[in-house]
Design a protein around this ligand. Structure first.
Ligand SMILES: [Zn+2]
Length: 221
């Protein structure tokens, strides 16, 4: 493979209150050797929070199925502030609920604004207000349409001893990128569509560029 291995650096429990008020405990994992040097985070939820041995060389207990996994790219405006310009906040909420129920992993990648950074994302919003779509705006600013890179997700999974996942996504491109990185996506679990008064065009563009998946295996488990 073309990327170096990362190793588990530390793990710690974090009690969470989800959007509906329910309380769950997540296990946060940090890593050494992630390719871009950023502080990406993995969260184990549900049964998966308890299935790692403690220590720096964890082993998942024998698995009856690959973990339900959500790869989420950071969106400060959506995740933290509840921006309705995109659907990141509701997508993250949905993922946390499902992972807490079924057990699984959230990989929270610090690649804000499809990898272009927060300020540039806000600059792109200015262009979108002038009529460009999400992808055209990024190109107008001199970036790729979508600069996200999932290499660090593959590194984190490998460091956690996970090489097969059930991926919570509607994005066929994300599946293809992870598989190209050596992650076996044995199942694609579709997510809901989260509309607001302000994200209709964003969602339509996303759907246009990333047509919905035809799940190979709908049933999970
Ligand atoms: Zn967002």
């Amino acid at each position: 493979m073309s990327w170096p291995p990362a190793t588990l650096r530390a793990q710690v429990s974090i009690p969470l209150t989800l959007a509906d008020g329910s309380r769950v405990t997540a296990r946060a994992f940090t890593f050494t050797g992630l390719r871009d040097g950023r502080e990406h985070l993995a969260l184990g939820l549900g049964g998966w929070a308890d299935e790692l041995d403690t220590g720096t060389s964890p082993r998942w207990t024998p698995l009856t199925r690959p973990p339900l996994t959500r790869v989420h790219s950071e969106c400060l405006t959506g995740d933290v502030l509840g921006s309705r310009r995109c659907d990141c906040g509701p997508q993250l909420d949905e993922a946390l609920h499902r992972l807490a129920e079924e057990g699984g992993l959230l990989l929270y990648l610090r690649q804000e604004g499809r990898g272009i950074g927060l300020y540039s994302k806000l600059d792109a919003y200015v262009l979108q207000d002038e009529g460009l779509d999400t992808y055209e705006a990024n190109v107008a600013l001199g970036y790729e349409e979508d600069a996200r890179d999932y290499t660090v997700a593959a590194q984190m999974l490998r460091a956690l001893g996970v090489d097969r996942v059930a991926l919570l996504t509607n994005n066929a491109d994300k599946v293809a990128q992870l598989e190209a990185l050596g992650v076996d996506v044995v199942e694609k679990v579709p997510t809901g569509v989260h509309r607001s008064d302000a994200n209709g065009r964003y969602l339509a563009t996303k759907l246009d560029r990333h047509p919905p998946l035809a799940p190979r295996h709908q049933a999970h488990g």
